[in-house]
Design a binder for this molecule. Sequence first.
Ligand code: PRP
Length: 181
Amino acid sequence: MRVLISEDQIQARIRELGRQIDADYPEGPICLIAILKGACFFLADLARAVTRPARIDFMCTSSYGQGRTSSGEVKLTKDLDVSIEGADVVIVEDIVDSGVTLNYLIHLLRQRKPRTLCVAALLDKPARRIQPVELRYVGFQIPDEFVVGYGLDCAEQYRNLRDICVLHSYHEAPSFATKER
Ligand code: PRP
């Protein structure tokens, strides 16, 4: 396993993103919506990097199933707890690969009439994009390698690594590894 982005680099970049968000929403409050499970660490750090009043909420989707690539069909497995009508909403994602998940969520959330809606993604892997998606805040653009840590998993392992790391080969991953990343 090789460190791609260190804990210090992640935290420094998140502080910058927090300052950008503060500058963009001078009126506050904002609503940060994290997409489980991977974005939970990013949400926790980003929410504390922002000084505006911020509400947090969670959604959970599933599109990879048992396959190694997105099925292209997203299922919502957990919805928001509260209305976002009239709110300034930032969707908080750990990684954008194909763009399928975000396109589904953006379409769904727009119907709920937020005042504004945008995306903050810690990692952007443009080489794997199938559906274009506008990312307002991006932590890092990364190459097409399988990354784990800081919320990202391989068959549910490695999420609690402090750094973002590349798994050199799938042989290092558990044999029931299910998805590309
Ligand atoms: C990951 C990631 C995004 C999605 C991105 O979630 O957190 O939600 O995949 O992929 P896409 O751009 O190809 O749609 P995943 O389904 O792996 O769930 P997890 O966060 O629980 O690991």
